[in-house]
Every structure is written in structure tokens, then in C-alpha cells.
Design a protein around this ligand. Structure first.
Ligand code: SF4
Length: 432
């Protein structure tokens, strides 16, 4: 019996944008047994395609009852870092892809006109992106909700990528992401506006999994990281995070978690502001989901108390706040910052971002909550099994054996999976 069967649809969607074709092929069982999933499987799948292919993949635990099973991974040759990168995408993207009937999605070629994919019930559709090009991200999402087939999650590139700005970053819904490796730029090069995931189906998983999930939650519930929740709880652990945290003044806050995450590290904030470019409009109230710790620290260092409107401007355009921070001067007014962000869009300056090599492999946005070997191994584990990498950095007491035991209780199977997981993590990390 294949222990992965209840965890996967055992299907790969393959789209060739250049000829507008889409098919669903079986997932290779041998390959899954060898690489388990996630970034390791994505790499193996990519080998069978041309170098400009892009693979979105899940891990065996994505969408399951394992805690923080929210992860999807995009793997591609990064046009920014000039190497293979694996970008983590959280919130509901991973579960929604699985619950749309495919475990992996390969995107080949370039569409003759800007297109958007819709996936649901194991079927792939390539649709024209219509008037979405150059539309700010929140507006584009509103438009999609009105005009497209229903979806639970959407991964979108914004007007920054439309214009070829190398600071572009994909957005999950209107919330931004940890893409600092040019996933948005590659999608723009393919004329791929986004991917909508219907997410209306499900998978059986194993009968004991809900109980196992609760047991793991019990283990971490006494950890101080479990009690200290929200965006600030991670921010303050990072260099410059305590200083940055002072600027996130909001009228209302609510900690938010991704799919099946028992300990949120994101916070939704509401704030009121006056747009200095339009003084006729009274103060308006806005809401933002804070999820990019490294990006927010970098931007707050430059714009101080103007962080929320500046971050909002980045997210509207689909820009990486960390990369934008390198382009804007310190000590300005809100008007100067907003104009500087507009100028990044209009001037399209060359990219200078210097992300340390260690973090490039995994997209440049996963915060250094742990460092060195420990960071790499925890991220490798997360990116193969489909569990959030930030969660596994925050809770190092969750072992690889505990996670693998969701897939099988058999000692022999566990031993084999453990060996294969170690080898898959080593291969993933070996380019570093
Ligand atoms: S740790 Fe944060 S990013 Fe990860 S699943 Fe939980 S809320 Fe989402």
C-alpha cells in the first residue's frame, strides 16, 4: 500500500501557456516515495522540463491535520538570484491547491496574451486576464471576484511585475508574500497574471491524524512562543524588530493564522490616515495583514511612523517592501515616501537588494528566527513536508519523526521515510 495515497490526489497539472494546453497526469509514485514532496519533489519534477518552467507544489502534510499545514512551494530558476529558488506560500494556498484536485502544477511556456489559471475539481482552465493588467492588486481581486469562476485563494502578480519592475513580489490575495526571489517577475515573463484555486474538494488523510494534531498542539502549548502570538512576537526576535515594532501603531489589531496553525504570527491591523496627495478626502480607515517580518523591518527603518501607508502602497503595486526600502531615502515625509514608491514604479531602477546567500535558496523572505545549520534543516524539513517554515522555526521541539508519523505508524515505513527525508533535505541544501 502507498502510505502517501490519503495525503495526495496523486495528480500533477501541466499547463503549456504557449499553446494554451492543460492536462492532468499521474504523480509518479516512485518519485514521491523517494523525495516525499514539496521543494524536493518540485526540483525532481523541474528536471523533466525546460529551464524556464515553474512548479507549484505541496508536501504530503499540506492541508492535513498536522499543525500549520498551510504550505505551497513555488520552485523556479530565479531571475533575481540567478539560481534555483523555492519560495514558500502560506495562508490557504497549499490546502486550496490540494483541495482543487492537483498536488503539483507545472507551468511551461509563455502565453500569447496575459492569462490567468483557474484550478478546481482536478481541472485546469487557462482564461484571458482581460483588463487586470496594470490594475492595483486589491482592485484586481475585486474584479476577479465579480467576473471569474469562484476561488478560495489567488496568487497574483501586480502592476509592478506588469511593468517589469525587478522589485515585484507575488501577492496572496491582497496580502503580499515572502517572494523576494522574482516569482512575480517570472510569472510576468510568462504572461501569467495569476492562479486561482477553487479549493472545494478534500482528501481523507489518516484516521488518527486529528488526534495526532491535538497531541502536538499540547506539546507546544506550554512554550512561551505559543503564548506570545502575533506579528510582534516574531518581529521582536529579529535584528531591528523591536525598533520597527514601535511604528506599527494601529487602532485595532487582530492576530491571524494560516490554515490549521495553532499559533498565529501574523496580525491584521486597522489604521486611520490622511492621504497627503488628496487633502480633500477626510481621514480614511484601512486594513492590512502584516505577514512579512523581514520586509516590514527593512521598510520601517526608512519610513518610521509612516510604515503602514508605505506598506499599503507596496502591496497595492505588488512590490517587495524590503527591496523598496533600499531605494527610498530616510528622514522624509509621508508624501515624499509615497512619491518615492511611485518613482520606483515609473523609473524601474535596477535591483540592488543584497539578500544573504543562505536565505536565497528559500526565496529570501523566511526570517532568521534560528540561524546557521539549524535554520537550514528546519526550513528543509518544512519545505519538503508542506508545513509552514516559520512555524517549525518557532517550535523546534516538533521533530521530523513526529511529523512523519502522520503519514504512517509502521516502524519500517517510518524508518525508510526518515532516511529518505534526511537525504532529500541534504540534496535540497547541498547547493548552499
Ligand atoms: S507560523 Fe505564521 S506564517 Fe506560519 S502558518 Fe502560522 S500564522 Fe501562518
Amino acid at each position: 500500500m502507498n502510505p502517501f495515497q490519503p495525503f495526495y490526489n496523486m495528480k500533477i497539472g501541466v499547463v503549456d501557456l504557449s499553446v494554451s494546453s492543460a492536462e492532468v497526469i499521474p504523480l509518479d509514485q516512485e518519485q514521491v516515495s523517494r523525495y516525499l514532496g514539496g521543494a524536493a519533489m518540485n526540483s525532481a519534477i523541474l528536471e523533466g522540463y525546460q529551464t524556464d518552467a515553474l512548479v507549484f507544489g505541496t508536501g504530503p502534510l499540506t492541508g492535513s491535520f498536522a499543525p500549520a499545514s498551510s504550505l505551497m512551494i513555488a520552485s523556479f530558476a530565479s531571475p533575481i538570484f540567478k539560481r534555483l529558488c523555492h519560495v514558500p506560500l502560506m495562508l490557504r494556498t497549499g490546502p486550496d491547491m490540494k483541495f482543487s484536485g492537483v498536488d503539483y502544477l507545472v507551468v511551461k511556456g509563455t502565453a500569447p496574451e496575459q492569462s490567468i489559471l483557474h484550478v478546481n475539481h482536478g481541472k485546469l482552465r487557462i482564461l484571458p486576464a482581460g483588463n487586470l493588467q496594470h490594475m492595483p492588486v486589491p482592485e484586481a481581486i475585486r474584479e476577479l471576484k465579480k467576473t471569474s469562476p469562484a476561488f478560495q485563494s489567488v496568487i497574483l502578480m501586480g502592476p509592478a511585475a506588469d511593468r517589469g519592475v525587478p522589485y515585484a513580489s507575488v501577492s496572496i490575495g491582497q496580502n503580499g508574500s515572502l517572494d523576494k526571489a522574482g516569482l512575480a517577475s517570472l510569472m510576468a515573463a510568462k504572461n501569467l497574471k495569476g492562479i486561482m484555486l477553487g479549493g472545494t474538494d478534500g482528501l481523507p488523510f489518516n484516521r488518527d491524524n486529528p488526534h495526532q494534531g491535538k497531541e502536538l498542539e499540547k506539546i507546544i502549548s506550554t512554550d512561551k512562543n505559543f503564548k506570545h502570538r502575533g506579528f510582534h512576537s516574531v518581529l521582536k526576535k529579529l535584528e531591528g524588530g523591536k525598533d520597527a515594532g514601535k511604528f506599527f501603531k494601529a487602532s485595532r489589531k487582530k492576530d491571524m493564522a494560516c490554515y490549521h496553525c495553532p499559533s498565529p504570527c501574523m496580525t491584521h491591523v486597522r489604521y486611520s490616515w490622511q492621504d497627503p496627495r488628496n487633502k480633500e478626502i477626510q481621514n480614511s480607515e484601512e486594513g492590512l495583514l502584516l505577514l512579512d517580518h523581514a520586509g516590514c523591518i527593512a521598510l520601517a527603518k526608512k519610513v518610521g511612523k509612516n510604515i503602514l501607508p508605505a506598506l499599503r502602497a507596496c502591496l497595492h503595486y505588488g512590490l517587495d517592501p524590503a527591496a523598496v526600502a533600499e531605494m527610498i531615502p530616510e528622514g522624509g515625509t509621508m508624501l515624499e515616501y509615497l512619491n518615492a514608491i511611485d518613482k520606483v514604479m515609473s523609473d524601474n531602477p535596477p535591483r540592488t537588494t543584497d539578500v544573504p546567500e543562505t536565505y536565497r535558496l528559500f526565496g529570501g523572505g523566511i526570517p532568521p528566527i534560528l540561524t546557521g545549520d539549524l535554520w537550514e534543516k528546519r526550513i528543509g524539513l518544512a519545505m519538503i513536508l508542506g508545513v509552514c517554515p516559520i512555524f517549525l522555526l518557532r517550535f523546534p521541539q516538533i521533530t521530523d519523526a513526529a511529523l512523519l508519523s502522520f503519514i504512517s505508524a509502521s516502524e519500517d515505513v517510518l524508518k525508510t521515510m526518515q532516511e529518505r527525508l534526511s537525504s532529500a533535505i541534504s540534496s535540497l541544501l547541498s547547493p548552499l
